[in-house]
Write a protein that binds this ligand. Structure first.
Ligand SMILES: C[S@@+](CC[C@H](N)C(=O)[O-])C[C@H]1O[C@@H](n2cnc3c(N)ncnc32)[C@H](O)[C@@H]1O
Length: 231
């Protein structure tokens, strides 16, 4: 009964999100192609069991016990309409470079490339996400999009001007690494963090707001990197 209710809720939410995304699809029809191929590739090649196996393999790579640290790989998405609202508030330019730390199926990366024309990189440790989303990107000939199967710990943050961190389920160890890497970003870089505010001496908060995500309404914090005088 609980499963039926969850399934029902999932489909109702998917329909509501689709309706809220309609104006975006009308403005950027390339995103409809992306959605079509995402559906085709993931429906036929991905399953909950495969995801669990790859989560376990990723935990092994990190040297984590599966049951303790699985939460880092818990999956949930940012809908297009939420990302549009967040990004509009920081006015991205087409010559900017977007980085999604833990890109999952890559919707944020597809969105920033198609809607804002930004060169966009998605990094995720789950192999299927990168394989399947790269296939989608090739299908729709999106040259601005790259997916990398990697731990974002090994990425040079300083190459990007907008960094998106949807780290609701990241553990303390992961957040500590993100914080130390954020010390290396260049002045002017904007950083967006979902759920948690950031503590970094070179980041100044631009805004704090609420956004709708797959798991409900959550906090969104935006920051800009600069040189600030200590008071
Ligand atoms: C909540 S999902 C966010 C998906 C996407 N960014 C969005 O907002 O729609 C978080 C993703 O981070 C990935 N992840 C967690 N730790 C990671 C790490 N150390 N390196 C790369 N990816 C990681 C997980 O596999 C998961 O797909």
């Amino acid at each position: 009964m609980k499963l039926i209710l969850l399934g029902f809720f999932f489909w109702i939410q998917a329909i509501i999100f689709f309706i809220r995304n309609l104006t975006i699809f009308l403005k950027k029809p390339s995103l409809i192609h992306v959605e079509f191929w995402l559906f085709v590739y993931y429906f036929f090649n991905f399953s909950r069991a495969k995801h669990l196996t790859e989560m376990k393999q990723s935990c092994d790579k990190k040297g984590w016990l599966f049951n303790e640290e699985t939460s880092n790989f818990t999956y949930g998405e940012t809908p297009y309409f939420t990302l549009k609202k967040i990004l509009n508030s920081i006015s991205p330019k087409t010559n900017e470079k977007f980085l999604d730390l833990g890109s999952g199926k890559g919707r944020c990366v597809f969105f920033t490339a198609c809607y804002f024309g930004m060169e966009s990189l998605g990094v995720d440790m789950i192999p299927s996400f990168n394989n399947l989303s790269s296939k989608v990107s090739n299908r729709v000939s999106l040259s601005l999009v790259t997916f990398l199967e990697s731990d974002f710990e090994s990425i040079d943050f300083s190459n990007y001007t907008i960094i998106y961190i949807c780290g609701t389920c990241f553990g303390k160890e992961t957040w500590d690494i993100i914080h130390s890497k954020l010390e290396t970003v260049n002045p002017g870089t904007r950083v967006i963090s979902v759920t948690y505010s950031l503590q970094s001496s070179n980041l100044r908060m631009i805004s704090s707001s609420l956004g709708r995500f797959e798991w409900g309404v959550d906090n969104v914090y935006t920051y800009q990197c600069g040189q600030f005088q200590k008071s």
